[in-house]
Design a protein around this ligand. Structure first.
Ligand SMILES: [Zn+2]
Length: 93
C-alpha cells in the first residue's frame, strides 16, 4: 500500500524526534530513507497448503543510503495504519 503524503509527513515527524542511528553494516552515520510503500510480513504457517496467515505485521522499510541495509518500522506502533482487518483468501500473501 502506497503511503499518502500525510502518512509520509507523519513518519518524518516521528523519526525526527530520535537521534539518527549509525548503520550496523557500513557505519554510515544516519542517512536512512524510508519506503513510500507499506509492506506486510505474514505469520509463518507450517502447512504449506495454507496461504498466508491470519496475522500480518505492516512494516515500513528503512534503508541505509550507502549499503542498502534495511530495517523495518512497525506501522502500527508508528500510528500510520490501524490493525489490519481479517483478509480474504485471495488477498493473502
Ligand atoms: Zn549501511
Amino acid at each position: 500500500m502506497k503511503l499518502s503524503k500525510d502518512q509520509q509527513k507523519k513518519i518524518t515527524e516521528k523519526l525526527s524526534k530520535y537521534d539518527k542511528s549509525t548503520c550496523p553494516i557500513c557505519g554510515n552515520d544516519g542517512s536512512w530513507k524510508f519506503s513510500d510503500v507499506i509492506f506486510e510480513i505474514c505469520e509463518y504457517q507450517r502447512d504449506s497448503s495454507l496461504i498466508g496467515g491470519e496475522r500480518v505485521l505492516p512494516v515500513i522499510p528503512l534503508t541505509c543510503d550507502r549499503c542498502g541495509h534495511t530495517q523495518f518500522l512497525n506501522a502500527l506502533i508508528l500510528g500510520i495504519v490501524e490493525q489490519p482487518i481479517k483478509k480474504e483468501v485471495e488477498d493473502e500473501c
